[in-house]
Structure formats: C-alpha cells, structure tokens
Ligand binder design. Structure first.
Ligand code: SAM
Length: 242
C-alpha cells in the first residue's frame, strides 16, 4: 500500500518509522512518504493560513498549497488515491472503516491545523478522488497528525504480512462485534490475584467458552450498543448474557 501524508509538521509523523509499521516499510509492504505542505506555498513567508471569511477567531488553512500538492502528487493522467482528511466533523473511525481503507492501494492523508482547511480544498479533491473525512471521536485535537497515526495503525495492521501473527486479528475487539475477553500472562499469581483457573486448565473447549462468556459480559456492561447492533444469528443458544 502507498501512503502519502500532507502536514505542516512532518516531524509529528516520525513514529511511522517505528515498530511494526517501520518493519513493514523496511520489508516493502508499505510505501509511506510524509510531505511538508509548505513545499507548495506561494509566498516568501511560506504562509499556509489566513483569517476566516465571515470573521471569527483563529485561522484557516489556505487552499493554494493543497492545490500545488495535488497537482504534483496526483497528476491528471495517473491513478488517484483516496483522500482521507481527519476532522471532528468526519465519520467515526471504526474497524469496518479501517478494513475499507485497507482495501485501497493508495491513501493520501491531509492534516488540518488551526480552524481547519478551506472547504474548497475538499470540494476540488472530490472532483477527482474519493474524499473521506474521519473523526477520532467527539473531541477536538490541535491537528490531524495524531489522527493520521491512529488511522494508519488501524489500517496497516490489517494488511497481509504486517502483523507477526495474523491470527491476532480474528478474535480481537470490534472484529466479531464483541469486545475481547480480559487477557493474562505469567506469573500465575501476582499481588494476591490469581489468573482464572480455567485459563491454566489446558482444556481448549472450556477456555474458548470462558473467553466467549467474558466477551459477552464485558460487551453487555461496557458497550450495550454493540450488542444491540449484532446481526441476527451472531449469538447462539449457548450464549447466556450475564
Ligand atoms: N474548527 C474545527 C471544528 O470545530 O470542527 C476544529 C479544528 S481542529 C482545532 C484542527 C484540526 O485538528 C482539524 O482540522 C483536524 O485535522 C484535527 N482534528 C481535530 N479534532 C479531530 C478529531 N476529533 N478527529 C480527527 N481529527 C481532528
């Protein structure tokens, strides 16, 4: 997968060199380029923002640098990326959206700052690309960079070969509609608390049942909305909600 990021703070994206994403880049599974949006500014001061039309506090990102970046990165006669723009007014980031984005060959991210990006940038992009505004939640951040890191992690861990053990994807939270059961490791007893006996029993059937029950209990207590949204038939007759 190819990923390009447009930002006025390229250093913010440094973690994309680390851990599993860094390794995937080294192995050629990911081709990530972070671009300084100021490359395409049109004045000596390398200005990227200006006051909002209509008045009000704060600044708005000017459209010209974005236009220059589109012209250079997405030539008229070539393939087009999906343009992903973080913002609190976007669609919520979910596992299903991450899976949808993971199926794209090329993602172009645009990091807003200040009060956001001039709307015409998104409108012009939408003439050639699918534009998806994505929200990390009902909160307001300083800028889109942290959101891009989150979206890139959510998307790239779904790509074949990126995770060390692809089985990790099968039973985790938000994959089958339930939250994952609690997890434990060694030592078997710590500060007076023992790991549940069943997990040490070696009985795979019992362990699977325990994990399923715990996932149901957790989801019912913490995210009843997820349970209500389960497709019919997801719960079988052995599932008993606590
Ligand atoms: N004035 C905007 C509003 O009220 O909708 C908020 C702008 S925010 C201060 C600046 C930038 O942070 C946004 O353009 C976006 O890139 C990013 N951002 C803020 N909150 C976000 C969220 N919940 N999810 C994703 N990105 C967010």
């Amino acid at each position: 997968m190819r990923i390009d990021v447009l930002t006025i703070f390229p250093e913010y994206l440094a973690p994309l060199d680390l851990s599993l994403i860094g390794r995937a880049r080294q192995h050629g599974l990911l081709d990530i380029t972070v671009h300084d949006l100021r490359t395409w500014t049109v004045d000596v001061h390398r200005t990227v923002d200006d006051t909002p039309y209509g008045g009000g506090p704060g600044m708005v990102m000017r459209p010209e640098p974005w236009g220059g970046a589109f012209d250079q990165l997405v030539p008229a006669d070539g393939p087009v990326p999906r343009f992903v723009v973080p913002g609190p007014a976007g669609v919520p980031l979910t596992q299903s959206l991450a899976a949808e984005l993971a199926a794209e060959p090329w993602l172009l991210f645009g990091c807003g700052r200040y009060e956001g990006i001039d709307q015409r940038v998104l409108d012009v992009a939408a003439e050639r690309m699918t534009v998806t505004e994505v929200s990390l939640g009902d909160v307001v951040l300083f800028g889109g960079e942290v959101a891009v890191l989150a979206v890139v992690e959510a998307v790239t861990r779904l790509l074949p070969g990126v995770l060390g053990n692809a089985e990790s994807l099968l039973e985790e939270s938000h994959t089958g509609g339930l939250l994952e059961a609690p997890v434990y490791t060694k030592p078997a007893e710590w500060r007076g608390r023992a790991v549940p006996e069943v997990l040490r029993s070696g009985d795979h059937g019992k362990i699977a049942r325990w994990r399923r029950d715990q996932a149901l209990i957790r989801t019912a207590r913490r995210r009843p909305d997820l349970l209500s949204a389960l497709p019919p038939g997801t719960l079988d007759r052995t599932d008993q909600l606590a």
